[in-house]
Design a protein around this ligand. Sequence first.
Ligand code: PMP
Length: 444
Amino acid sequence: MTHSPDGSPPPPVPMTDRELIAYDRAHIWHPYASMADPLPVHAVASASGVRLRLHDGRELVDGMASWWAAIHGYGHPVLVRALHEQAQAMAHVMFGGLTHRPAVELARLLVELTPAPLTRVFFADSGSVAVEVAIKMAHQYWLSRGETGRTRLLTVRGGYHGDTFQAMSVCDPVTGMHQAFEGVLARQVFAPAPGPAFGQPWAEAHSAEFARLLRAHRHELAAVILEPVVQGAGGMRFYSPDYLRRVRELCDETGVLLIADEIATGFGRTGRLFACQWADVAPDILCLGKALTGGTMTLAATLATDHVAETISQGRLGTLMHGPTFMANPLACAVALASVRLLLDSPWQQRVAAIEAGLRRGLEPCAGLGTVADVRVLGAIGVVETTRPVNMAAIQDFFVSRGVWVRPFGRLVYLMPPYCIAPADLDLLTAALAEAVARKEHFA
Ligand code: PMP
């Protein structure tokens, strides 16, 4: 940057759209992206309802809800007001030695809504950190009981729990980042992917290998961690709630803690407020995030039972060893409180059921295509699994040309729109998806 003679930077000259994209391409990392040869990105100027407005004026109907988060769509006046009012009172204060109404009221609401045994709340700043905190709670629980050998976790294949190191260690060992970080990641115990598929009859055989591994490793395990009923970024699979019920029983039998990662599934996405409710089970530790703030800001929470919290607190360390700078950020807590209340005051069950019906109608015909391996729908989640990986650049261009925003990965082209989507917009999304996967040029 060139400075004026007195050393002050020159007044900012707004970048043209072309300069903005060029600067982004040269200087800014995007998720899972190369800096040498990044895929194109589109600049968004504003977003409202289910529409993203690009700098060039085009509007895209959003099929992604910004990765499961924007359940009310964009710019909802209730959330914007909550944010403004909180910004005027205070944007942030440290949480060490201080507290505030938004955090306390949000904690109380989460304790009321989540399964009854979960009563203690830790606010973290992202889903991955909430998972780290959950794992740390599990380790500290056993340390407090003098069991120092419980250093490992048991999980299922096909999972995804975030990008920090402990979270990565429990992601699927094939589609996750295990090969990339060989030798660095903690070595966890992996059971086969959970089954059967949602809606199929469960039998003891589906959990047999999980049960064997749990019993065999019980003395070195701190916890089991999994995503209840829906596995998200690890493969977008839906499995039988009976499997989850059996996991809870087996954890009780062996005394191993159960961590449920509801960061993606929480707040209605699967058709229940929390996916654990499909099986009527309560975990010992629960992770929430993503839709918690309605997609407005980053906030996550890790909830624990009285027993877990008290055991940790009575241990040698006496305290839970975690405390981020932006813990319980008041802006994020205020908007989360507004978002969860807005959800509860809305007919969200009917909305999710209507989206489920629209997704089935629009996507199930894809099952007949030679390019498609499977179509599955649960709640407001619609997945088309293709036989070959998609060509991201080509398929993304196609979606934008059709006026929709859909971001596939690998062999998974999927929709999880905001709950407020109108039927015509949902039809636009499913029609574009069906056309996209029918075209051979969209595959690698
Ligand atoms: N757990 C699950 C189930 C997730 O889907 C994600 C994010 N995709 C995470 C954890 C990590 O959350 P974050 O990206 O906010 O760190």
